[in-house]
Each structure stands twice: as C-alpha cells, then as structure tokens.
Design a protein around this ligand. Structure first.
Ligand SMILES: Cc1cc2nc3c(=O)[nH]c(=O)nc-3n(C[C@H](O)[C@H](O)[C@H](O)COP(=O)(O)OP(=O)(O)OC[C@H]3O[C@@H](n4cnc5c(N)ncnc54)[C@H](O)[C@@H]3O)c2cc1C
Length: 423
C-alpha cells in the first residue's frame, strides 16, 4: 500500500527501518502490529523480561498511530455520565481512572524516553449546537465531585470567542489535563524505546495466520515466529487476519488536512492558547496548530472502502465552515486513515485462547487507551489479569450483519447521524 503523504510523515523525527522477517525465530511473545497497542505491549513486556518479537505489515506507525489527530483526551471515549448510566458509579470510576492512567502513560513514556513529539497540554471540547451546552456545563462539577478530576471548566461563548477565531461554537469545556502531540513521532519514539529494551522488530512482515497451539506459530510470507503468547494489535487494519474479532469492529476512514504555514501571529488568531479542540458533532471536527504554525484540521468520514480521490476538497468545506477566514490559504497536505470503532465506543480487549490476546476498537480515543491496553496486556501475560479483565469483561456486541453486512448497515446508520449533524 502506498504511504499517505501526511504532514506527520514530512516531519517525522528519527525514523529508522527494521528488517523483514526471514526464517524461523522463537520468542516468549509475538506482538502483531506496530501501532500504539503493539508498541506499548511490546515495551511493557520487554521491561518485564520477556523476549518479544514485533511484526509490522508495513512500517512502524504506518496505521492510525501515524495519521491521527494527536488529541489525547481525558478518561474514556464515552463520558462519565454515559459510563455511570451504563455501568453504575463504581465501574464508571474505575473506567475513568484507567483512562487517566492511559494519559499518564503517554506523559511518562514521552519523558522517560525523551520522545520529541511536541507534547502540549490543553483541549477544548466545543458545542456545535446550543443544545449541546447543557451537557458540557454539567461535566466539570460532576467530574470534580464523583471522579476527583478538577482540570475541566466550562467556557461561556463570549470567552470562547476570544480563545478561538471561530464564530460557530456556542460554548465549550477547557480541559487543561488533556494533551496533544505529534502522533507519528510518539509512535516512532516508542519503537526506538522497544528496540533499546530488546524487542526484535520486523517491518514489511505481515502476519498471515496464527496456529491455535501452545506455543503458537505466527506465519509471515518469508518466516514464522514460535511464541508462548501472541498479542494482536491491528485495530482498523485487522483485515481478514482474525474473523472472530473483526465483526466487533467497524473500520472507518477519517481525514485530516494541513494548511500552508500561517506564521505564529495568524495561527494564534485561530487558537490563542495552542490547545487542541474538537466539537460535539457525531462526525467530529477536530483541529489544532502544528509546531510550524499550520492549522491541522480533521473532518469528514466516508463509509466506502477507499478514500475520496481529492481528500483536500473533501475536508475543505468542513474547515471553512469553522474558519471561513482561511479561504485564501492553500492546503499543503491531506491524508486519511482507518480507525476501529466498537459499537459501545469502549475498547474491546480479550483473549481468543489462553495465550492469544487482542485489543482494538478505541473509537477515536486510542492514543491513551491503546497505550494503556499495552500495559494491561503485559500484566495479563504475566498472570496478573485483574485490570485487563475490567476491560475484557465490558460488553462488546458484534456489529449487526457481521463482517459481510456490517458495512451497508453502518452506511445507513451513519448517513442518518451525519444528516442529523447538518440539521
Ligand atoms: C484520521 C484519524 C484521526 C484520529 N484522531 C485521534 C485522536 O485525535 N486522538 C486519539 O486518541 N485517537 C485518534 N484516532 C485513533 C487512533 O489513531 C487509534 O485508536 C490508534 O492508532 C490505535 O492504535 P493501534 O496500535 O491499535 O492501531 P494502529 O495504530 O492502526 O496500528 C495497527 C498496525 O497494525 C498493522 N497490521 C495490521 N495487520 C497486520 C498484520 N496482519 N501483520 C502485521 N501488522 C499488521 C498495521 O500496518 C498498523 O501499523 C484517529 C484515527 C484516525 C485514522
């Protein structure tokens, strides 16, 4: 598959390559996938003393890890009110705390391994409709009271108008505990840390199948790995590798553009405090500034297998609706990626056999939760599965229609919701 020509690729730091797997190797654990799930699992496992082989079909960070919006939100993808309504306060608190641990892992990894990935604090969650402000207003009080989180405050429309150079939002939440970063450089930094910790990384080495045995054998085109444990971290790029988990996951294409550099002064008229932002629409618009003062803007999803022929033209109307003053600014990069969506929007972790683990379906919250999933998988491999099982026992319904019909059914559902966004 071709590379995606993103601003992230153009500004990748310290990229290196690893060999293709040839012949037979043995390991304690074979990790499949070189995104955040695989890299985080491999690193935590190597730190616990396991011999780890990581297989990546393309190159490290090639999937959503190297293409995403870079927003490291707090807690889980579903907010704490929804979690409480679904699971009760005790489990909602546990899930929130795990989400916060994911965010802390990102911070720790960046600091410990000196990963140069423009990590910065601050996220605005902005109301696309006036009706959305009530739910936003309720969050800071509830988070402080029931979840011990006090880094979020409501920002009324007038104050928001001074923070963002856009007139389309009705108010927002400022979360000073959330983060944003250069997602590919975070992934590349994790890969270097893996390498230093002794993980044997193989690129251009797609896993083609995995035996149901102990030890398991994972086959690639030119080699195989014999391992006591296998970890699958392929998310939206799982393809046909493991049909038993594919039906629980909907791979959705989402798109981002980078404008030409705006200069520091003009950039700050768009986002005064260099925070990242996303809105409350079902098909979310999200944006932030790059280190070289571009606007990075994500918006629009498609529910076809391929990408639109002109991604820039596809995203531009969304960008101009939020920032019409950028009509004169060319878009220099436009790219897309696939992310795995679960029906509950909560992560889908589990075991397909006692020695076969998987984690996927972060539904747009994967920088922190996939980093967390890697730690929890390493704990489970080491026989301490209590925290892994908190997530593994969450409901994870299949998408209606299974792998064959989930797509047309999703298209119908999504068209309905994106129409609702427009109304
Ligand atoms: C456009 C876009 C914007 C997003 N914005 C955000 C955001 O702002 N914040 C956020 O938290 N999340 C965001 N996400 C989601 C986030 O990027 C993902 O949740 C996260 O990358 C998942 O990590 P992962 O390692 O599980 O999967 P990926 O990062 O997708 O990595 C999977 C890897 O597995 C490899 N692979 C697949 N099959 C095989 C095989 N058979 N053998 C070997 N290797 C294989 C792939 O090549 C790929 O490199 C976004 C995603 C997209 C696409």
């Amino acid at each position: 598959m071709p590379d995606h020509g993103s601003w992230y690729q153009a500004t990748a730091r310290g990229r290196r390559t690893w060999p293709r797997l040839a012949g037979r190797v043995a390991a304690d654990v074979c990790v499949v996938g070189g995104g955040y799930t695989g890299l985080s699992a491999a690193l935590h496992l190597a730190e616990r003393g396991y011999a780890v082989v990581l297989l990546e079909a393309e190159h490290v960070g090639w999937g959503a890890a190297g293409r995403n919006g870079g927003q490291v939100g707090s807690g889980q993808r579903r907010d704490e009110a929804e979690l409480t309504a679904s699971f009760g306060l005790a489990l909602a608190r546990r899930l929130w705390a795990l989400g916060e641990e994911g965010k802390a892992i990102v911070r720790e990894r960046v600091a410990r391994h000196a990963i140069d990935c423009d990590l910065k604090p601050g996220q605005l969650i902005v109301a696309a409709r006036a009706a959305d402000t009530a739910a936003l207003r309720a969050r800071p009080g509830r988070l402080a009271r029931d979840f011990g989180y006090d880094a979020m405050r409501y920002v009324p429309a007038a104050e928001l108008g001074a923070m963002l150079g856009s007139k389309v939002f009705h108010g927002g939440l400022l979360d000073t505990g959330a983060l944003h970063l250069h997602p590919l450089n975070y992934a590349l930094g994790l890969a270097r840390a893996c390498d230093t910790a002794g993980v044997r990384i193989f690129e251009g080495s797609a896993a083609l199948g995995c035996s149901a045995s102990d030890p398991a054998t994972v086959r690639t085109a030119a080699g195989e790995v014999s391992a006591r444990h296998v970890v699958l971290g392929c998310d939206g790029y799982l393809g046909r590798l493991e049909p038993r988990i594919a039906a629980h996951l909907m791979p959705i294409n989402n798109f981002i553009v980078a404008t030409a550099p705006l200069g520091a002064t003009r950039a700050r008229t768009l986002i005064r405090d260099d925070v990242c932002a996303h809105d409350t629409r079902f098909v979310v618009n999200y944006f932030r500034l790059s280190a070289d003062h571009r606007l990075l803007f994500g918006g629009g999803e498609n529910y076809r297998r391929g990408f639109p022929a002109d991604i820039g033209a596809f995203v531009r109307p969304h960008l101009l609706r939020v920032f019409p003053q950028l009509a004169d600014v060319p878009l220099e990069y436009a790219w897309g990626g696939a992310l795995g969506i679960s029906r509950t929007r909560l992560p889908h972790l589990g075991r397909l056999a006692p020695n076969l683990f998987f984690a996927q379906g972060y539904s747009g919250h994967g920088i922190s939760i996939a980093s967390l999933a890697g730690r929890l998988i390493a704990e489970a491999v080491a026989g301490q599965a209590e925290r892994f099982d908190v997530l593994a026992t969450l409901p994870a319904p299949r998408w209606p229609g299974g792998t064959l019909l989930r797509w047309p059914l999703l298209v119908l559902g999504m068209l309905y919701y994106s129409l609702r966004d427009r109304l």
